[in-house]
Design a protein around this ligand. Sequence first.
Ligand SMILES: C[S@@+](CC[C@H](N)C(=O)[O-])C[C@H]1O[C@@H](n2cnc3c(N)ncnc32)[C@H](O)[C@@H]1O
Length: 344
Amino acid sequence: MTDVDGQVVTRQSVFAMMQAYKHTSLLRAAVELRLFDAFADGPAGAADVALRLDIDKRGAKILLDALCAIRLLGGDGDTYWLAPGAQEQLVSTEPGFVGDMAHVFASDWEWDALKRFADAVRKGGTVMDEHAETPEYAYWEDFAAYVPVVAEPTAQVMADAITPWAQGQAQLRVLDVACGHGVYGFSMAQRFTQAHVTSMDWENVLEVTATHARRMGVAERTSTIAGDMFEVPMGGPYDLALVTNVLHHFSEQRATELLTRVAASVRPGGRIGLVGFTTGDALPADDPAPYLFSVLMLAWTFEGEVHSEECYRRMLDASGFDTATSHPVPGLPYRVLLAERRQE
Ligand SMILES: C[S@@+](CC[C@H](N)C(=O)[O-])C[C@H]1O[C@@H](n2cnc3c(N)ncnc32)[C@H](O)[C@@H]1O
């Protein structure tokens, strides 16, 4: 049997998968060294790049040739230049720069957990001493620092979806649970001048969150709650709660527990906004992102995995929310779900 595309597993394709981490290492090193910046003004030779970046000449030459091999640079062996598109994505002064996402996607934390993936599979959950559920885990500081470049488009989809309801609200008290960078809540504050956002996360993460509140010009309409979202008093009542990209860290039962706590702090008739990957929209081969993300959840949490949209609807219903609407995020493998706090 061949797979859906008629693709056959070959020796070459297996070997390429075994070595894919080398591409990751090259890109990560080049971003760390800000190597792409050296070409922002045009082509350069290895000796010149080595001098500008204060790195070894032999090291520079080997890295530059390897970056040509994976087509992030062009080169003729003497002179090197940025491949088409590399300027926009990988030169750190460009507005669309995404290189620092390597601190997240290609981080030691994720890699250390994935190195022991077979053990996680045997156990059915993380085998790491430090993992995504560790209180005040330092990984979440980097996540909060670097992810806004990816989160901002989805936050706009969320803000667009909530606008017909939110623009009619005299006040908009927003709780952003496990806020990380806080961009989902702060986008609400930017869009709706009557909004006040309470950002909740671990104390160490909230220090990074505050930098984004200032950057986005909404700091004066924000406050924070630090601590464990399963334990800390949530305050309220709120008109809108946001729970984005975190429920997949938990089983359906534990995620429902969290949503039930959130529901208790949202006024009847208020709204909840969820964001997450969802499975079940297509077969894994046609929609790989959520299934590959579940791998990280297995390696790095006790019971987490990507939930289906149907599962999200069950969790919302069980915790006191209904009439959920679903909103795709163009070009990204996420889904925004909005639901209403039931009148008791
Ligand atoms: C994947 S990030 C999501 C951040 C943001 N909401 C987003 O959509 O990008 C998960 C966040 O949940 C926070 N978190 C995880 N467990 C938590 C807990 N028990 N109490 C408070 N925050 C927690 C982490 O610190 C991290 O900032």
